[in-house]
Design a binder for this molecule. Structure first.
Ligand code: A2P
Length: 335
């Protein structure tokens, strides 16, 4: 696209929405007009973006009557279910951060470092994967390409910002000694680990765990990879940490895997245990990379490896990934 696009941010007042604006500004994303949309609760609210004041408008069926090229959605699954198709019918390409469309066969599910080619076959909606899945994909793709992947075991340690303002409020209130009036969780999060993210399903897994399993298959394009997951909410404000155990198809040397990660896009290796260097949630917060450390052999199986993977769940796990998709769109969209 040679001209500057018109863009919309849906859910502009939320945790991910405000980070969309921050990342758009940082990356100097080109635009002619930008429209900020949220619920009726926020209509009329003023937001400063790139030194200019914008008024938040209520998202309605008519929001996409005006010419908009790309809309970044992060306003919950129900909002995406209703409004993403309306936007797409108006010729808008929606990059949707909710889980609503991710497993739809007509919707590409994209991590730009992993499967950018899938952007091309979009029919108006492109899904941003689950935050925990995105950072795992950045780590697993180079392993898949070089060694093949047989089985993956995810154990996650996820920040409260993944639950939006409500999750942040529950941790803030809990740290201040108030464990009443919980907004996001079934139990106090301060001083706790909750093995419960999203709702429980009849198979005993949480929806978050099944998202990681199903999205891994779709993004890596291989349903034969065996995947299991336990996802846990921890009292951390920003950045998800993950222990990932991987059984590879082929034998490997640990040094080669370290080198492979070092040269792979979007990854920073932090692995110097003698000096207590390994990825940390607080260091990853506010950055766009995926950090990998504790790279070591799993001696309990053939060709097994353990890694510790950390990334900012609101940036790489949501806003930045969506904006990277939008940047790729600019390369392929006609004027
Ligand atoms: P609002 O601030 O007006 O409620 P969070 O990160 O806190 O979960 O934010 C969710 C975002 O989604 C907010 O911007 C919120 O707007 C927006 N949102 C929630 N429900 C709707 C809706 N029905 N229509 C449009 N935007 C919505």
């Amino acid at each position: 696209m040679n001209r500057k696009p018109n863009i919309a941010v849906v859910g502009a007042t939320g945790v991910v929405g405000t980070t969309f604006l921050k990342v758009l500004e940082e990356r100097d994303f080109p635009f002619e007009n930008i429209y900020l949309m949220a619920s009726s609760r926020s209509a009329g609210k003023k937001v400063t973006f790139k030194g200019k004041e914008y008024t938040v408008e209520e998202l309605t069926e008519h929001s996409f009557d005006k010419p908009i090229d790309i809309a970044l959605f992060s306003a919950g699954g129900g909002t995406s279910a209703k409004f993403a198709p309306i936007a797409a019918e108006h010729g808008v390409i929606v990059v949707d951060n909710s889980s609503q469309w991710r497993m739809d066969e007509d919707v590409p599910l994209v991590v730009p470092e992993v499967n950018p080619q899938d952007i091309e076959w979009n029919h108006g909606i492109i899904a941003n994967p689950n935050c925990s899945t995105i950072q795992a994909m950045v780590a697993l793709k180079p392993l898949q390409d070089v060694y093949g992947i047989k089985r993956v075991v995810y154990s996650t340690y996820q920040a409260v910002s993944g639950s939006g303002m409500k999750g942040i409020n529950d941790l803030k209130n809990g740290l201040a000694g108030n464990d009443e009036d919980l907004q996001a969780y079934a139990h106090p999060i301060a001083g706790n680990c909750l093995p419960h993210i999203d709702v429980f399903l009849p198979n005993g897994y949480t929806k978050e765990e099944m998202k990681m399993i199903n999205e891994t298959h779709k993004i890596l394009g291989d349903d034969s990879i065996k995947v299991t997951a336990t996802t846990v909410r921890v009292p951390v404000f920003d950045s998800h940490s993950e222990s990932i155990n991987v059984e590879l198809e082929k034998p490997f040397e640990i040094e080669d895997i370290v080198e492979l990660f070092k040269k792979s896009p979007g990854i920073i290796v932090q692995d110097d245990v003698e000096n207590n260097v390994y990825p940390l949630a607080r260091d990853a917060a506010g950055t766009d990379e995926v950090y990998i450390g504790r790279i070591r052999r799993d001696f309990s199986v053939d060709n097994g490896i353990n890694i510790w993977v950390v990334a900012d769940n609101i940036r790489k796990g949501a806003a930045t990934n969506a904006i990277q998709i939008a940047e790729k769109l600019l390369e392929i969209l006609p004027d």
